[in-house]
Design a protein. Sequence first.
Lengths: 113, 350
Amino acid sequence: MHEMSLAEGVLQLVEDTARREQAHKVKLVVLEIGRLSSVEPEALKFCFEAVTHGSIAHGAALEIVAVPGIGWCMPCGARVPMEEVFGCCPQCGSHQVQPTSGTEMRVKEIEIE
Amino acid sequence: MCTVCGCGAGETRIEGEAHEHTHVHADGTAHSHAHEHADEHSHSHDEAPLGVHAHSHQHADGSVHSHAHGHDGEHAHSHEQHLHAHGVGGDLDYGSGPAHAHVPGMSQARMVQIEQDILSKNNGYAGENRQSFDDRGIFALNLVSSPGSGKTTLLVKTIELLKDKVAISVVEGDQQTSNDAERIRATGVPALQINTGKGCHLDAHMVGHALEKLKPADESLFLIENVGNLVCPAAFDLGEQHKVAILSVTEGEDKPLKYPDMFRAADVMLLNKCDLLPYLEYDADLAEANARRVNPDLTIFRVSASTGDGLSAWLDWIAAGLEAQRGKRSETVDGLKRRVAELERQLAGK
């Protein structure tokens, strides 16, 4: 259900842009979804199809670019890969890891006609 | 003459003798290539290709690829074809359009960069709410938890203990019924129920409307009880100063690990129903440790809303927050007063 509001947010951005660009069809929507964000890509795909039905983006392909999680470990001061938001530092085991990348949920670009 | 790039018979060509294109590929490598054009040919960007000729490019990374151009009898040159043949490793680089330019009225697919956060609409409304709270010295809290953790009881208790000291208004979010708002109104403070219907969370737009309706007093406490849900409200900023997560000891100790987004988004956690601890096999220290694993900066209070145990620390924390917001407001007001004085001084000088 949360993905439903996100999909509606995506559609709003897409519709605004398509109107501004005087497009009559949206063929592709590219999103950037971080591994550490609270979005389930499969659920989002499902909801996207539902909310775009009958809109300018009807039938548009949805491409989700996964952004890997990267954190900054405070005790060791190193940039470390993160699999989950509460993950620990692979070097020192500390949980004081601040995510620096991978929390984004963005509409990157669209292909219009 | 070509309607897109201006190249054609007798025309001055851009960048040297030949007609030259520069492409930037998805992997960041750029290459340019030149076409020699005879004097008497036109070059169309949208006509269907008839004949085909191929030529090859060397890329900056050393790889060579060839691609085909479609040509009709008059040597037309379709950029549509051109573009799709340009994939490197399966990626397509559209540039700003297949013809590297946009011509109104021409049918061509093109990519438009948006680069905007999906939640940017909500975040915009949240920013407006936050500005309004700051300008008026209002301390706003967004209370989040799973259903049944005791949010409303905690609110009622908090209101009873604070209502003589500070003005309070409450927004209640639930899918259906106005039961909670009625419970709050029974304490004597204004409350507004928002029914989200099928929705699973409050958003900043709803809270903006609630602000218009409730008209909270300056330097007051504004409490938002979100829909009972440990997942979705985490992502939606309402403009509050802090999210407060409520976890009760009748839930599992591992709830912060199961629903990390919420405990990460919150600044404060209230461990509620602590009066029941003697009757439960619940490790409160483990619950706190789990919450700190997800969010090392979390402030935690152990409370019991029904007996009132531990509430004084929570109330002190609210008092400190109210004080900070009042400070912000007086800064704004003082700043405005200084500006008025400065403008009056300037006016007097004229």
